[in-house]
Design a protein around this ligand. Structure first.
Ligand code: CAA
Length: 256
């Protein structure tokens, strides 16, 4: 049983709630390890089609755990066990939706950016305040943020440490929808259920192709997309999807 997470299943969606209220869900080694282990379990569970990750009303997550970080010197940071957990989260193959209320700062903002979709409550605040600690983002806060919001705003956020509101994050493209805070998780679960009702192999390959756009040139990305599209021609779910359309009924996908 995890100590730092609550885990619930809603039909084909796993809801993971970060639970370290005493530290505003700061991401210590234990929490990131438990999150990585939970994602491992979900990846091997064909009954789960998507994951929603959320925090509390006050904080999605207030960053890396500063108390833990203070104990690590250069060699400790170099051998930081959290790195493997971050890599596990980044490599997760199923859709991950972040439902963000309150603070998403530092590693918390970086965790939200590991999600494929971010839904934010009106009171959410996204920021990379590491500069105030004499450090800088280390889990994607320069790379993913710049790709999400563009150079000028990312640079302003990283170099001033100042956070942006949910509305600003939506305008900049970091967040896809802004909701009333009490509806954020519900809306994220709805989107996750919709995705989980689609053909799992098509969802998996579409996610992979979308992520490719982050780290490849256009020609290679288009080639990857074409290969992935072609691969799906060998699936039973493609046959079923097309047949269901022709027979004017809802498709029954099996993941084959
Ligand atoms: N790590 C450890 N503990 C944290 C924490 C963090 N990142 N953020 C908050 N806490 C703890 C506080 O120490 C406090 O605990 P105590 O009562 O035991 O002191 C408790 O959570 C509540 O926090 P506050 O009293 O500070 O709450 P507030 O409402 O006054 O302020 C806040 C909220 C503005 C988010 C403030 O807590 C804050 O600035 N937190 C730090 C944010 C930050 O700098 N994050 C970046 C961390 S570095 C990083 O993330 C690097 C990386 O990924 C690579």
């Amino acid at each position: 049983m995890p100590h730092t997470l609550a885990v619930h299943t809603h039909q084909a969606v796993r809801l993971i709630t970060l639970q370290r209220p005493e530290a505003l869900n700061a991401l210590n080694t234990e929490l990131l390890g438990e999150l990585a282990a939970e994602l491992d379990a979900v990846e091997n569970d064909p009954s789960i089609g998507a994951v929603v990750i959320t925090g509390s009303a006050k904080a999605f997550a207030a960053g890396a755990d500063i108390k833990e970080m203070a104990e690590r010197d250069l060699v400790g940071i170099l051998n930081d066990p959290r790195l493997a957990h971050w890599q596990r989260i980044a490599a997760f193959k199923k859709p991950l939706i972040a439902a963000v209320n309150g603070f998403a700062l530092g590693g918390g903002c970086e965790l939200a950016m590991h999600a494929d979709i971010i839904i934010a409550g009106e009171d959410a605040r996204f920021g990379q305040p590491e500069i105030n600690l004499g450090i800088m983002p280390g889990a994607g806060g320069t790379q993913r943020l710049l790709r999400a919001v563009g150079k000028s705003l990312a640079t302003q956020m990283v170099l001033t440490g100042e956070a942006i509101t949910a509305r600003q994050a939506q305008q900049a493209g970091l967040v896809s929808e802004v909701t009333q805070p009490e509806l954020t998780v519900e809306r994220a679960l709805q989107i996750a259920q919709t995705i989980a009702s689609k053909a799992p192999l098509a969802v998996r390959l579409a996610k992979e192709a979308l992520l490719k756009a982050f780290d490849t040139d256009l020609a290679s990305g288009l080639r990857f997309e074409r290969h992935a599209f072609t691969l799906l021609a060998g699936t039973r779910d493609r046959e079923e999807g097309i047949r269901a359309f022709q027979e004017k009924r809802r498709a029954k996908f099996t993941g084959q």
